[in-house]
Design a protein around this ligand. Structure first.
Ligand code: SAH
Length: 262
């Protein structure tokens, strides 16, 4: 079927969750959408093995920081997607993890819908979930955690950001696991603020490159978080998982021998 002649005004944009990195963690829906796309806009954290599912005829546009370039401004990405959709292309926007957990998926949908473009969303496995699963740890547990909070460690410029003190108090009283994205570079401040409501002995895992060949992790405590991050030189992309669900691992591995690959 020729989409261009049938829908001359507008194609569709599908936001596809590429998962944490391992191509085997893609959904079948994601693979089909990637294969059927005529244009793909690809984020930084999406692995080459996943982009390889695209058809040989598809146009692939990298909009991350690959090749040492600065990442493409969000407004420009929005504009490019809109232009492609209006040309009747079958557009796939490939985003790391799940498109609706951080990574501005919500903003992209709002922009496209406001311009009258039909948007579909395909879930992916979010990095925080893959990270703890790779350690054999659950995010919730009837004994340790009644719920889980996905939270960003990186505030929008001009925004005061996450209220870590409120979050610490709630996580303590309601027994919640905290999964912090984009938190490694600000770990010192996050640690100090969380310590106002959570004990220094609270177990913490930091997982870098979850599900990828270069995955590594550290197991530490809230009181030693920033110190152990700098000692292990664990860096982005990483998630920081705070809470008693990590306690089994914390007991199993004595500090500082916990540093290493998963
Ligand atoms: N939408 C994505 C998150 C995008 S924000 C998702 O659902 O996973 C980017 C942040 O996600 C990174 O700074 C890091 O905190 C986390 N992240 C993404 N991929 C990761 C991976 N493979 N391992 C660990 N953290 C990852």
């Amino acid at each position: 079927m020729n989409h261009k002649s049938l829908f001359s005004a507008t194609g569709t944009v599908t936001l596809v969750g590429a998962g944490p990195g391992d191509p085997e963690l893609l959904t079948l829906k994601a693979v089909k959408a990637i294969q059927n796309a005529s244009v793909l806009f690809v984020d930084d954290l999406v692995s080459d093995e996943i982009v390889a599912y695209a058809s040989a005829q598809a146009r692939i546009v990298y909009v991350g920081k690959r090749g040492g370039c600065k990442s493409t401004p969000q407004t420009f990405i929005d504009k490019l997607m809109l232009m492609a959709a209006r040309e009747g292309e079958n557009v796939v926007r490939l985003k790391g993890g799940d498109p609706f957990i951080f990574g501005r998926g919500g903003e992209e949908v709002e922009h496209l819908q406001a311009a009258g473009v039909q948007v579909n969303i395909i879930n992916g496995i979010t990095a925080g979930l893959a990270a703890v699963t790779s350690l054999g740890v659950p995010l919730t547990h009837r004994q340790h955690a009644h719920g889980v909070v996905f939270v960003t460690g990186h505030a929008k410029p001009g925004d005061s950001g996450t209220d870590w003190r409120a979050l610490a108090a709630t996580a303590h009283s309601a027994r919640l696991t905290l999964v912090i994205y984009m938190g490694v570079s600000g770990a010192g401040r996050i640690q100090d603020e969380l310590l106002t409501g959570l004990p220094a002995s609270t177990p913490v895992a930091v997982v870098q490159n979850a599900s990828m060949p270069g995955q590594r992790h550290i197991i530490t405590t809230l009181g030693l978080l920033a110190h152990d991050i700098s000692l292990s030189s664990i860096a982005s992309p990483s998630v920081i998982v705070v809470g008693d669900v990590i306690s089994g691992l914390a007991q199993a591995s004595a500090h500082p021998a916990a540093f290493g690959t998963a």
